[in-house]
Design a protein around this ligand. Structure first.
Ligand code: ASP
Length: 470
């Protein structure tokens, strides 16, 4: 007999079916034992009568979270016994056979509620149990639907999905890199990408005019509820486009996807502010334009912020970029940059704001070597450093790279915001703890002396931590 899903039980009244799943609750009413069985599609009430003593004994033994397989007859419940709140509330399954597929120890925390009150360490240590709760099941499935809708939209618009390497080169892009030592070239390191920024620009040089991928961006930054070591970006790039083209394209995509998921968008087209206007009006470049009423109604407020200053002063008195060293100044400011009027140069950079969060950011890029070279020089890089760190990029620009621009949208953050959650861990399957430990796995962890030897690494006492660092 093939297994059916619990959601399909109401269509199978008076039929004998097989179900499999987890024991949600077992209620012992003396003679009758009620078991609520849960699978990924729902919950159904099952009843075991004393007619078959050995079955009754087996049913008596099961406990919450045991995995069982049953067969039985689906019966319509008498009118009075119906539970209108449950999609399967009009029926119950009368168990004929019951097989225990796996027993379960008592979970270390309750799986029934929303789980917010449970300590993060324990939730993440037993994440596979935590993920069984309805709220997280819904969140992770919602995230999948969001990604699916975005992907479909992009493929429909002739974008090509291309993966770029995770083992790559360290380049200063604003955050600290995660480094991976090379075994074949001892003493040298790969860096995990902070974003696919440079590779996507190489793809434009390669003649792919519309690219996207769901990329993991890895940054060794201090952790916050809305920032983690790794997060997923919908990364996209287009050739022969202006800022306006990208804003309109992304806006149409977000409206189609977010409305498709059943949300109301507060204002269309998205309101736009220059950075200066946003700072003046909201005191921030991430602002929430919703009224309390709109917040409660789940309305989503998008906005664009454009015209960011390209550079800001460093503590040491030099200059650094505010967003992305690969951006171009706005068309009217390219001359300014080349003429050295650094302070007032505006980058052709745009951020997408959603309900007070930065949901994405991108820019029109420098595609001519002299513009990128000039940006790097403003940041005080020597000719040698420019060549060693950015020579590959400057070279690509010397071989017919088209004008291009793009954006990266933080899909974890967008999912979190749409769901009304306050932390990324509520939409990531296996998030890190606030202390930077991998969920379930005890990582970071020490490695063997053999592994270190192979990599040509030696540990020395770490001055701050009292532990060992490389
Ligand atoms: N690479 C940028 C980031 O990760 C996004 C972009 O400009 O496309 O923030």
């Amino acid at each position: 007999m093939p297994r059916i899903h619990i959601e399909d039980t109401p269509q199978n009244i008076d039929k004998t079916v097989e179900l499999a799943g987890w024991v949600d609750v077992r209620r012992d009413h003396g003679k009758l034992i009620f078991i609520d069985l849960r699978d990924e599609s729902g919950i159904v009430q099952m009843v075991v009568t004393p007619a078959n003593p050995s079955l009754h004994k087996e049913a008596d033994a099961v406990r919450p979270e045991w995995v069982i397989r049953v067969t039985g007859l689906i019966k319509e419940r008498p009118e009075k016994m119906r539970n209108e709140k449950l999609p399967t509330g009009g029926i119950e399954l009368e168990v004929a056979t019951l097989e225990v597929l796996n027993q379960a120890e008592t979970p270390p925390f309750d799986l029934a509620g929303d789980g917010y009150e449970i300590g993060e360490e324990i939730r993440l240590q037993y994440r596979y149990l935590d993920l069984r709760r309805t709220r997280l099941q819904n969140n992770i499935r919602f995230r999948a639907r969001l990604l699916d809708a975005l992907r479909r939209h992009l493929i429909e618009k002739q974008f090509v999905e291309i993966e770029t390497p995770y083992l790559t080169k360290s380049t200063p892009e604003g955050s600290r890199d995660f480094l991976v030592p090379s075994r074949m070239q001892p003493g040298k390191f790969y860096a995990l990408p902070q974003s696919p920024q440079q590779y996507k620009q190489f793809l434009m040089a390669s003649g792919f005019e519309k690219y996207f991928q769901f990329a993991r961006a890895m940054r060794d930054e201090d952790l916050r509820a809305d920032r983690s070591f790794e997060h997923t970006q919908l990364d996209l790039e287009m050739s022969f486009v202006s800022r306006e083209d990208i804003l309109v394209f992304v806006e149409e995509m977000m409206i189609a996807v977010v409305e498709g998921l059943g949300y109301k968008v507060k204002e269309k087209p998205f309101p736009r502010f220059t950075y200066a206007e946003a700072m003046k009006q909201f005191g921030s470049d991430k602002f929430d334009m919703r009224t309390e009423e709109e917040k409660n109604a789940g309305v989503q407020a998008f906005a664009w912020v454009t015209h960011f200053p390209f550079f800001e002063k460093t503590d040491a008195g030099g200059w650094t970029f505010t967003h992305n060293p690969f951006s171009s100044p706005t068309p009217e400011h390219i001359e300014k940059l080349l003429a050295g009027e650094i302070e007032t140069v505006i980058a052709d950079q745009y951020d997408l704001v959603l309900n007070g969060y930065e949901a994405g950011g991108g820019s029109i890029r420098a595609h001519k070597p002299e513009v990128l070279r000039r940006v790097l020089a403003v940041m005080g890089y020597s000719k040698e450093k420019i060549e060693s760190d950015y020579g590959h990029m400057l070279r690509a620009f010397q071989y017919g790279t088209p004008p291009h621009g793009g954006i990266a949208l933080g899909t974890d953050r967008i999912a979190m915001t749409l769901l009304g959650e306050n932390a990324l861990r509520e939409v990531q399957a296996f998030p890190m703890t606030a202390g930077g430990r991998a969920a379930i796995m005890d990582a970071p962890a020490e490695v063997s002396k053999e592994q270190l030897d192979e990599l040509g690494l030696q540990l020395k006492p770490h001055k701050d931590k009292g532990t060992h660092g490389v």
